[in-house]
Structure formats: C-alpha cells, structure tokens
Design a protein around this ligand. Structure first.
Ligand SMILES: [Zn+2]
Length: 484
C-alpha cells in the first residue's frame, strides 16, 4: 500500500508541476483500483427434449491409412542389412534400432520405447553377431529412443551410453520434472486416453502401450557440440544437431559415409510442432539438415521408416526436406511480421506444389497447419492484441449468453444433429462446445460431439491427429451417457 501511495503521489506531482496535458492524460488513464469481473454461477442442467440416435460408427479407415508407405514400414518387423556391418531394425515398435559391427564390438543407436520390442530386436541381432555391445547412443531423449535401453545394458553391462548434455536435461524434464504432464499428453497423442471408451484398433496398430520408465538408463558420456571415438577401426563422429528436439544428435561414419539421423528425417512431413508439447527448434532443424547434406552421405539411416541409399537420392531428399521446413518457418515469420493473426497465417502458409507432391513430404505424421501454429505461438506470446483477451472471462459466461440468445441448448443441439447428418462434423463439434461450455453436464452435447469426433478421426489420414481424435472421442463418451 505504501508503495502504491508513493507511485500515485509521484504521478499527481508530475501532473501538478508540469501542468501539461500529457501529465493530466497520464493521471486519467492509470487507475490503481482492481476491477473484478462478476462471474455468474453455472445454471442447473436442463433435461433435453430432443431424441437423438447416433449415426452408425464410421467405417474403419485404418486400411486406407495403412496404405501410406511410412506406416506400413513402421508396422512390419524387419531387419534391414544396409551394409555388411550396418543393420537397421524397424517395425518392432515406434522407434527403430541400428547396429554397427566393428572388430572390437558393437555400437547400438537408440532402443525403441518398449522393453519387449528391444528384446525381440536384440534376439535378431544376436543371430548375426555375438560380439559385446560397447556403446549405446541416444539420438535424443524421446521415449521411443531411450525406453528399451535396459535390455542392451543387461546384455553388455559395461557398455557406455552416449548422448548430448542437453539430452540429460531433456530426459530430466520429460521423465522426472514434467512426468505426469508428459505421459498424459503422450497418451492423448497416441489415442490412449480413457481407453475403456475407445473403439478397438486392429492388432497391427503401431500405437504401442506407453511404457513405464522404471528401467530408464541415463547417459554416462555426454558432450556439448561434437564427440568422436574409434572402435575396431571404425571412426564415429557425433554432432549435436537440434531439430526434432533441442538435444538431438546425429552419428556420422565418414569412411562408410553412413549417416544415422535419428528423427531429423523420416518419411513424412516432419512434426515441427506437437500440439500438446513445447515448441521445437525449427530453424535449427533445417540448419541441421544442411549440415547433413554437406557430409554427402551415401546411406541415410533414420530413427523411423526405411533407410535411403545412394548419394544423389540422399542429397535430393535432404535438400527438399530442408527446403520444406525452411519455407514453412520463414513464411510463418513473415506472417507474424506482417501482423497476421495465427489463423490468417495458417490460411496463408501452404507448401509449394513442387514440395507438397513429394512422397516423403505427405502430411501423414506432421502437418503444415500445426507447424505454423506451433512456430507462431512459440514466438508471439499469448495475447492477440484485441483487448478482450487481456483478462478473459470464464468461457462459460459468453457461452451461456449465446445459448440463452439462441433459445436454449436444444435449439443449438438440434442444428448440430442436422449438421451431423450432412457430414459437417467440425461445425457439429464447435456447436456442441458452446453448449458444453455453458453446461459441462450436458450429456447429449457430449454424446453428439463424440460421434462427430470419431468421424473426424477415422477420416483424417494423419497418425497423430487420429490419436488425438481417438482420445477426445473417448473422453466425450465418458462425459456422455454412453457406457464403456
Ligand atoms: Zn522418434
């Protein structure tokens, strides 16, 4: 109070002494009184007079999604022999594992998200060689690269685990500090929220159960920018190359010209922004790709999907991948500088034709619109400059006004049912959201929304989006009268 009085006094003195309009103006626009908005209490739930028969569940589009080459590759357990000494195990889980054989032992890169899958992979590797594992390298701290590590440590207890220093920080944040949030958002992304309310997926689904991290293995050798070692005559160069995550590294074998790039490349438009996680370092991502191109690799072995062989092919894929990321980043920055809103930016930034038609830039895993949102929101902060959002009211308050003005929740829901019949599922969800915001207990609104979300999920053709929709559908079913 004392400080506030002093500040008020100072301004009064300024206004008095100066006598300028400016001084008067300052004293007029600054108020030290806090105005508290009045929030009305939620009304009691009304019984609906509508009869609603949910539409037949959408036909399983999984077969269509499976046609996407990347997913097929991801879901078929395969050991690829890249060269006599380099093997890639993919399709056993979401993440892949690579093995490099040297005369003095093995180097393993990444470990999948699953103990079970890592055991299967090691069993396959042991059919090829019985040499001890000397090094395990984490390309980055994502769970689908580190959670299976204990299997390899059990096999070769003296192995060293190499990662960037930032990887340790990343893992601390992911697996310790933000553990509950991260596992919740990942379950949501994988379509595993409120699973008892979800429709069953085919057995060959790539969505694996997210593991617990009791067996987590922490890096024992860490570095900042570059780390090199030689084992059995093979030279390994590790570079800190941010992109998918800030802690990401790549492994380069100069003699073999083999590049292990983790998640800096996979066969899809990259996931530059994950809707429920922190922003990703997008500019560093394409800079890392440019670094990869400069090495002129002959073999490109990613952490997901199949390897690419041939200098020209690898160069052209990496060049286009880098160009696509750079384009989306720079165009989004341009939109921000031009004062466009985030929705206007999403409408503006589309990949040019020569890039969008490429098979490895299809929006099967990442999406351009999500990337624009992620880059935009990661830069501009939370306020849109329109005043209302500075101290927003509870969303329930405006929703109740709209519901009342519309003539009640049933009027809105009747229209939602009509729109659902004509396949306008997104609009259905928006209308249901207004009713739900006004009255979270409106079971009919939850039920109508659940049906539309299920349609959106089963027709979207994007793996992450399918997962998010599947989770949202299950949560809406849980809030409705539908029994599991
Ligand atoms: Zn990954």
């Amino acid at each position: 109070m004392r400080t506030r009085s002093i500040i008020v006094f100072v301004f009064v003195v300024i206004a008095f002494i100066s006598g300028f309009v400016g001084g008067v103006y300052i004293s007029q626009i600054i108020s030290f009184k806090t105005v508290r908005p009045v929030i009305r209490e939620s009304g009691s739930p009304e019984e609906s007079t509508l009869t609603y028969t949910p539409p037949a569940p959408p036909k399983l589009q999984w077969e269509t999604i499976k046609q996407v080459r990347g997913l097929k590759e991801m879901t078929t357990p395969t050991i690829d022999k890249i060269t006599n000494d380099i093997y890639l195990a993919r399709g056993f889980a979401l993440g892949s594992v690579q093995m490099i054989i040297t005369e003095q032992g093995l180097v393993i890169i990444d470990s999948t998200e699953s103990i079970d899958a890592a055991e299967k992979i090691l069993k396959e590797f042991r059919k090829i060689t019985d040499k001890p594992i000397r090094y395990l390298i984490y390309t980055h701290g994502h769970l689908d690269h580190v959670q299976g590590a204990s299997v390899f440590v059990k096999d070769s207890p003296n192995l060293k685990v190499i990662a960037t220093k930032d990887c340790v920080e990343f893992m601390k944040k992911d697996f310790v500090e933000m553990k509950e949030f991260h596992s919740r958002s990942r379950l949501n992304q994988a379509g595993l929220s409120a699973l008892e309310f979800s429709r069953k997926l085919p057995r060959e689904s790539p969505v694996h159960t997210v593991c617990t991290n009791d067996d987590l293995i922490w890096p024992t050798v860490t570095f900042d920018k570059k780390y090199t070692f030689t084992l059995g005559g093979k030279r390994f160069e590790l570079y800190h190359t941010a992109g998918e995550t800030p802690d990401h590294l790549m492994v380069w074998l100069p003699k073999e010209r083999a590049l292990f790039c983790g998640d800096l490349y996979y066969m899809s438009f990259p996931n530059l922004s994950t809707p429920m996680l922190e922003p990703r370092p997008v500019r560093q991502w394409y800079e890392s790709l440019d670094h990869m191109i400069s090495l002129k690799p002959v073999y490109l072995i990613p952490g997901h999907t199949a390897a690419i062989t041939g200098e020209d092919k690898v160069c052209s894929v990496l060049t286009n991948y880098s160009a696509a990321i750079r384009y989306v980043y720079e165009k989004t920055i341009q939109c921000i500088n031009e004062g466009k809103s985030v929705d206007e930016a999403v409408q503006t930034v589309k990949l040019p034709n020569n890039l969008s038609k490429l098979p490895y830039l299809q929006e099967f895993y990442g999406r351009v619109d999500w990337s624009v949102r992620g880059i935009y929101q990661g830069i501009v902060g939370w306020y849109d400059g329109k005043g209302t959002g500075l101290t927003p009211l509870s969303p329930a308050m405006s929703a109740r006004e709209i519901v009342a003005l519309s003539g009640g929740a049933d009027k809105i829901l009747a229209r939602a049912i009509e729109l659902q019949k004509s396949g306008e599922h997104h609009l259905v969800c928006e209308l249901c959201d207004i009713v739900i915001a006004a009255n979270p207990n409106d079971k009919l609104a939850h039920s109508i929304k659940a049906s539309s979300l299920e349609y959106l999920g089963y027709t979207c053709g994007n793996l992450n989006m399918f997962g998010f929709y599947r989770s949202a559908t299950a949560l809406e079913k849980k809030a409705s009268w539908i029994k599991p």
